[in-house]
Design a binder for this molecule. Structure first.
Ligand SMILES: NC(=O)c1ccc[n+]([C@@H]2O[C@H](COP(=O)([O-])OP(=O)(O)OC[C@H]3O[C@@H](n4cnc5c(N)ncnc54)[C@H](O)[C@@H]3O)[C@@H](O)[C@H]2O)c1
Length: 127
């Protein structure tokens, strides 16, 4: 399967690297250029024991980018694993503007790909 993972934090990176290790073709998208540069160099930006070994083993099936247009078009499934948004006063998570914007960005890149006729599943990981 072609997989796109949006967000390379604790949830996204472990999901993406594990799926690539299992043989899926995975593109991980993150807005943080420093994280993307580290990951391209095989360095793990989060504390996750064993991740750098797995990154090396999964490397042939794995790429990292800051561009939705490189990750979303053509994907069979898109995992969204970006930070949960909290309302400042209520301290409760909301599926608010940030997550909504992520959806729009995925949709925008997705529309181009839909010209090819396929529609990917979207999986949202949010507390
Ligand atoms: N960590 C956990 O144990 C856990 C468990 C269950 C659910 N969740 C939920 O999963 C989601 C991700 O959690 P996490 O711990 O991996 O977060 P994290 O903060 O470790 O990582 C989020 C990543 O998303 C990137 N990002 C932010 N906005 C982006 C965008 N628009 N496009 C691309 N990348 C973007 C950030 O640069 C960061 O690398 C959260 O909503 C969290 O509540 C986390």
């Amino acid at each position: 399967m072609k997989v796109c993972v949006v967000g390379t934090g604790y949830v996204g990176l472990t999901t993406g690297v594990s799926l690539a290790f299992l043989g899926h073709e995975v593109t991980c998208v993150d807005l943080d250029q420093n994280k993307v540069d580290m990951l391209r160099a095989g360095k793990c930006p989060i504390y996750e024991p064993g991740m750098e070994d797995l990154l090396a083993e999964a490397a042939p099936n794995l790429s990292f980018t800051t561009s939705y247009d490189e990750g979303v078009p053509g994907a069979d499934v898109v995992f969204v694993a970006v930070q949960t948004v909290y309302k400042r006063q209520e301290r409760r998570p909301v599926a608010g503007p940030r997550l909504h914007r992520r959806g729009e960005q995925v949709d925008r890149a997705d529309r181009q790909r839909q010209l090819g006729g396929r529609d990917p599943a979207r999986v949202v990981r949010s507390a």
